[in-house]
Design a protein around this ligand. Structure first.
Ligand code: ADP
Ligand code: MG
Length: 276
């Protein structure tokens, strides 16, 4: 009897939607970026391009240089070498123009503890030039969307980690940026907050917002990402549309692709000498 043919059935995934057709300049383009801390190069000659409308998952082991890269792409850190263009603007020449058109949620959140959630969102909206009434309207809508309306008049000091993360994401969206950066948005929060954030990301993807997200939750990247980049020790291993990279590296899943690029974990056959 002939061997049955095994056909890999891809998981149903939102990433199955066709790759967005870029209109205009890329959302992000950087070339040969370098960031040194002393003599150590945390980011070492990194180049990448993200088309507008893409959901780019930036993956890599701890300490690979993901957060440092985000800090350079958003103008928090100056790069020691290389250049960055965001939405067609040169970051060095027009840092304010770039900052006005992006939203950023850092891994370590710095919120104003003595403001209420509502006050914080209105403050952020006003910083981006919204009129008071419009900032309030958007703040209410965002609080509703991230299921924080019931906390809107309480001090941020009393928010849980998941609530803070949702509030920080809401704040990053108040000026309707075309591009949003999220550094480990699912880190250290409960499943309910994760689900809310995941739904919000789906909505942003649907409305054409470009998303640049670091995560080590591969399942989420697998479901949402149209493009990925894999960074190891400050250098880009691969970057491009998920499907192209999977075909190129003969991997059926994102996890398989990640392991091909980063190296498989040595989990099999682990044993402790002092246990039985
Ligand atoms: P990732 O976000 O991928 O986990 P990071 O970008 O935070 O990695 O860090 C990359 C490397 O740079 C790590 O080895 C980290 O210890 C180092 N690093 C990050 N920030 C600093 C800093 N401010 N000073 C010195 N070393 C740093
Ligand atoms: Mg990090």
């Amino acid at each position: 009897m002939p061997e049955p043919t095994v056909v890999a059935v891809p998981e149903p995934s939102d990433a199955a939607a066709p790759s967005p057709q870029p209109a205009g300049p890329p959302a992000i383009r950087c070339e040969s970026l370098v960031k040194r801390f002393g003599t150590f190069a945390a980011v070492d000659g990194l180049s990448l391009e993200v088309p507008q409308g893409a959901f780019y998952a930036f993956l890599g082991p701890n300490g690979a240089g993901k957060s440092t890269t985000i800090a350079m792409l958003t103008g928090i850190y100056g790069a020691d070498a290389g250049r960055v263009e965001v939405l067609g603007k040169d970051l060095q020449r027009d840092p304010l123009g770039v900052k006005a058109s992006i939203g950023v949620v850092f891994e370590e959140l710095a919120l104003f503890e003595r403001l209420t959630g509502m006050q914080y969102l209105v403050f952020c909206g006003r910083m981006y030039g919204l009129k008071g009434a419009e900032a309030t309207r958007r703040a209410q809508e965002l609080l509703e969307l991230v299921e924080l309306s019931f906390k809107s008049d309480e001090l941020i000091a009393d928010y849980s980690k998941g609530m803070r993360r949702k509030l920080a994401i809401a704040a990053a969206l108040i000026h309707a940026p075309q591009l949003i950066f999220l550094d480990e948005p699912f880190e250290g929060i409960d499943v309910l907050a994760s689900a809310v954030i995941r739904e919000l990301l789906k909505e942003l993807k649907r409305n054409g917002t470009t998303i640049f997200m670091t995560t080590h939750v591969l399942e989420i990247a697998e479901k949402l990402a149209t493009h990925i980049g894999v960074i190891v020790a400050g250098k880009m291993r691969a970057s491009g549309p998920v499907r192209e990279l999977q075909t190129e590296h003969g991997a059926h899943t994102l996890e398989g692709l990640f392991q091909t690029l980063v190296g498989a974990p040595k989990a099999a056959g682990v044993r402790l000498s002092f246990y039985g």
